[in-house]
Design a protein around this ligand. Structure first.
Ligand SMILES: Nc1ncnc2c1ncn2[C@@H]1O[C@H](COP(=O)(O)OP(=O)(O)OP(=O)(O)O)[C@@H](O)[C@H]1O
Ligand SMILES: [Zn+2]
Length: 673
């Protein structure tokens, strides 16, 4: 009989690994990295075996027996456990809370029916072992150099693929993948994209190029059954390419040989709740740990990555021109809204440009980063405005649904017929969202085929894909959208991009706002003119409506000048001692009363002092109240990452020991402050 103590990580907020007794019937002991069914708090749960021991510090009569081990699933590798361990450590979370959610839900249930079914299904699929790529276009010299560098890299070799929009970065990834697949007959490749909406386009490309290679996708809109199957295909090493969104960074990939991160600058790589990790940063760590190459691609790299490339930690690979011969970067023009006063949000120059595209049968895109009809409604007679009862924000007017809706707490109500305070029936929408722009355009161009793409119009599963397909088929004249349409899409018939009112972001308190706005404008501008100009067609053009035509950020966009803009921002950050020259963590607290949250943070600030670490004063968050809860934050800073990490470790323990009733959480490397 085989006996031992199993050390098992469970998905609990307790920072602990639990000991269980194991008495197996046959001789074999369980292995580290296997899943086990154990009793916990009067339930049975699935945990992860992270260690085996002969003795436990827990008295033997208090130990419980592990009930079963999932023997049909091969153990997660030591490298994978190290990755989960690193993430838990770095982001200051319990191991089980990181490791277990990284494994499909269907594996963490009591029965193994789903697992057995998935194993059977996968067993029937045949591996073609044919990685001959099909129809690879000839690369231009810069693309070829980049693909050869990435495809030929051995060992930990991080590269930043800095290529202007439409420069054919995808093609570089695919040809680098082809080289890796040919060299490593068993090797696996992980490709990350920031948005689910970008997976179908890339998935199609990969399947067309590598018909004999098993591809697995991992993203949040898979059903649990699909997720299990895809995860397993990766875990068994059968899926040679795994394509996914940020959560795929934790996929089990025993033979990983290359990591690709597309649009690496994108904030979606940061998880904003629970384990607030950066998939990009974890991917870089994973590449370092496995000693494999990783490529981060973008037309507008994050300042962090740019900084590493400038300093030589990442190798910079450049694509300076658009890939399609005779496709050129669009001409960017600023329209002064003080001179050309907009009607229905549109200046006469923008309207004229739209009209020209309509006449020539070309597509236009109007970008506005605000969904809904109007951000607020108000009563002109008494000054009432539609603020949310539960949040420091407004109820947004959604006209098609006749509702007011808070985008923060989801409170909804019918549009009031008259003013709730004075009874006036003339309530007016103030400001403009995508729905209102769509309405205005339809009145202006009754014959136009207008399509709005935003979070509201694409709520139904599959509807976003359908919408993008409609655009690609050329069945849309004017596309109106939020940031959803700005990234990565390869719209071939688009020759005009109008940016409606980006000014508000110029004056944000968040020091990252200008980096983000610049990237967003460059990205959305990059959707125009990706194919060769047809004869008699319009040259690609981007029109930005603004009241600040002299602003240096806009000049940089006009000149497509990421380099100088990024260098100037970096110099500013260095001078002001801000990231990437400084490391931060943010402690947040929530309570029904602001004072309680601030009080807890003050206690947290005063409970530890640490050489080289600055604890700032607690302050209310910019949006203080959400869903009847007040929120405050405390920013911790240090010039050294290891010093900050050492401090956080001790500090977290001290905070857990306070056993406060205040809800608090820590974010390492916060993006929004
Ligand atoms: N070598 C090539 N020859 C001809 N066409 C190419 C070549 N490489 C890429 N293309 C085409 O160029 C277009 C733009 O490529 P892709 O979408 O990969 O650009 P990108 O660099 O990812 O741009 P973005 O940063 O805007 O997402 C695509 O239609 C692609 O098929
Ligand atoms: Zn609300």
């Amino acid at each position: 009989m085989a006996q031992c103590i199993l050390k098992i990580a469970l998905d609990t907020p307790l920072n602990a690994v639990f000991d269980y007794r194991w008495e197996g019937e046959d001789g074999a002991l369980p292995q580290v990295g296997q899943l086990a069914l154990v009793p916990f708090a009067r339930r049975e749960v699935v945990g992860l075996i992270v260690g085996l021991a002969e003795h436990s510090d827990v008295p033997v009569e208090k130990l419980k027996d592990a009930l079963a081990v999932r023997g049909q699933l091969s153990p997660l590798t030591a490298e994978w456990l190290a990755l989960a361990g690193f993430a838990a450590d770095y982001y200051q979370r319990p191991l089980g809370e990181v490791a277990l959610p990284g494994i499909p839900k269907n594996l963490r249930v009591l029965t193994t029916v789903a697992l057995d079914r998935a194993i059977k299904k996968l067993g029937k699929l045949e591996d073609k072992h044919d990685h001959t790529p099909l129809n690879m276009p000839a690369l231009n010299a810069e693309q070829q150099a980049a693909a050869d560098h990435i495809g030929g890299a051995l060992g930990y070799q991080p590269a930043l693929l800095y290529g202007v929009t439409g420069s054919g970065k995808t093609e570089v990834y695919l040809q680098a993948c082809a080289q890796v697949l040919a060299r490593e007959p068993e090797g696996q490749i992980l490709i990350l994209v920031p948005e689910i909406n970008l997976t179908p386009q890339l998935e199609g490309n990969i399947r067309a190029r590598f018909p004999g290679v098993m591809l697995a996708t991992l993203h949040s809109s898979l059903s649990e059954g699909e997720r299990m199957l895809h995860w397993l295909a990766a875990h068994q090493g059968r899926a040679r390419i795994v394509l996914g969104t940020r959560l795929a960074v934790l996929a089990s990939l025993p033979r990983l040989k290359l990591i690709v991160i597309d649009e690496e600058h994108d904030p979606s790589y940061k998880q904003q709740e629970g384990l607030r990790y950066s998939a990009r940063d974890l991917a870089v760590w994973r590449a370092w740990q496995l000693k494999i190459p990783i490529v981060l691609g973008s037309a507008t790299p994050s300042l962090e990555s740019w900084h590493h490339a400038q300093g030589g930690r990442y190798r910079k690979l450049e694509l300076r021109e658009r890939a399609v011969k005779s496709a050129v970067l669009p001409k960017v023009k600023l329209i002064d809204m003080e001179r050309d006063k907009p009607r229905d949000g549109l200046t006469s120059q923008l309207v004229a440009a739209l009209k020209l595209r309509m006449e020539r049968g070309e597509q236009s895109l109007l970008f506005l980063n605000r969904r809904g009809y109007a951000p607020v409604i108000c009563c002109e007679s008494c000054g009432w405005i539609s603020d949310c009862k539960r949040c420091t924000s407004f109820m947004v007017l959604h006209k098609p649904e006749h509702r007011l809706r808070c985008h923060h707490c989801s409170l909804e109500m019918r549009i009031p017929r008259h003013c709730p305070t004075c009874g006036n029936i003339d309530l007016q929408p103030v400001g403009r969202g995508t729905q209102r722009v769509e309405e205005g355009l339809q009145a202006l161009f009754p014959e136009a085929r207008i399509l709005r793409i935003d979070a509201d119009s694409t709520r139904k599963k599959g509807s976003a894909q359908e919408a993008f397909d409609t655009v690609h088929r050329g069945e849309v004249d004017i596309l109106v959208g939020t940031q959803m349409v700005a990234k990565g899409h390869d719209f071939k018939k688009l020759t005009l991009v109008g940016i409606m009112n980006p000014d508000t972001a110029l004056f944000s308190q968040d020091y990252r706002a200008s980096e983000r706005l610049f990237a967003q404008l460059m990205q959305v501008a990059g959707r125009a003119g990706r194919a060769a100009q047809v004869e008699g067609g319009s040259p690609a053009e981007v029109l930005i409506q603004t009241r600040y035509t002299q602003h240096p950020l806009y000049s940089a966009v006009v000149n497509h000048d990421y380099d100088h803009f990024a260098s100037a921002l970096l110099a500013e950050r260095k001078q002001a001692a801000l990231p990437p020259y400084l490391f931060q963590a943010l402690l947040r607290a929530e309570a029904p009363e602001l004072a309680t949250a601030i009080e807890f943070l003050t206690l947290a600030r005063d409970c530890r002092q640490w050489e080289g670490v600055t604890l700032n004063d607690p302050i209310p968050m910019t949006m203080t109240r959400v869903h009847n809860v007040d929120r405050a934050q405390l920013l911790v800073e240090s010039a050294s990452r290891p010093v900050l990490q050492a401090f956080l470790k001790e500090w977290m323990q001290a905070l857990r020991d306070t056993k406060t009733r205040v809800k608090w959480s820590l974010e390492v490397d916060p993006l929004d402050i």
